[in-house]
Design a protein around this ligand. Structure first.
Ligand SMILES: CC(C)(COP(=O)(O)OP(=O)(O)OC[C@H]1O[C@@H](n2cnc3c(N)ncnc32)[C@H](O)[C@@H]1OP(=O)(O)O)[C@@H](O)C(=O)NCCC(=O)NCCS
Length: 189
């Protein structure tokens, strides 16, 4: 049975391994990654899907500004283990993430992804046309969802990271290649 739960520190290695398997090193080149690197996810908004003790899915949300003075969340990456797809796990992760964001009082969620998948959760490019990301992207894949009606009305400007900074690895740790430094970097991912 698949269980959706909050991510804990002990899940980080398995989550990173899953993301490496799904996208390979190309994941670090995504423009959305520029809004996540060096930051912590929004409080209480990192989720995993677990089946028989194995991590099979992941989704996180990140604090951003959708233009000036308009707090929002950026969702992603969303991924499910290839062999476990088509069974509703992606949907369960999305529903849990959106419900939690709403409960915590967030106003809107943005993401870069396929409208063909995300429209079932209410996402569209209707109000994201005057927003832009800090790097190349396909505008029709920049999607938004309002948790509060009208939250993206008139949204305009650069989408910028506003989340808490992740701890930097210590210089000694980097030089020595110690596990502690690695952990700090992986927290930031
Ligand atoms: C997208 C993803 C998370 C969906 O996970 P999942 O557990 O298979 O999702 P669900 O079982 O809830 O939904 C499966 C449905 O979504 C559809 N779907 C999956 N990816 C899709 C896409 N990119 N575009 C349109 N439909 C898509 C499937 O065809 C299936 O359709 P059906 O319900 O009509 O059979 C998973 O396919 C994945 O990890 N893909 C690789 C990473 C990725 O693309 N992440 C999203 C970034 S855009």
């Amino acid at each position: 049975m698949v269980k959706i739960r909050n991510e804990f520190a002990r899940d980080i290695d398995a989550r990173e391994t899953l993301l490496d398997r799904v996208w390979g090193p190309a994941r670090w080149q995504k423009t959305a990654e520029r809004l996540r690197e060096g930051r912590k996810p929004a409080e209480g908004l990192s989720f995993i899907a677990e089946e028989n003790g194995c991590l099979i899915g992941t989704v996180r949300l990140w604090r951003v500004g959708a233009g000036p003075a308009r707090p929002a969340l950026l969702l992603g990456p969303l991924a499910v283990e290839e062999a476990r797809r088509g069974l509703g796990t992606g949907t369960a992760l999305m529903q849990r993430a959106i419900a939690a964001a709403r409960r915590l009082g967030h106003q809107a969620v943005l993401l870069v992804g396929d409208a063909a998948y995300y429209r079932r959760f209410g996402f569209s490019a209707q109000k994201t046309g005057a927003l832009w990301l800090p790097g190349p992207y396909e505008p029709h894949r920049l999607l938004g969802y309002e948790l509060a009606p009208g939250a993206l009305d008139g949204a305009r400007g650069l989408i910028a990271a506003t989340g808490r900074l992740a701890p930097m690895p210590s210089l000694e740790g980097v030089i020595a290649g110690r596990a502690g430094a690695d952990t700090a970097v992986r927290h930031a991912a």
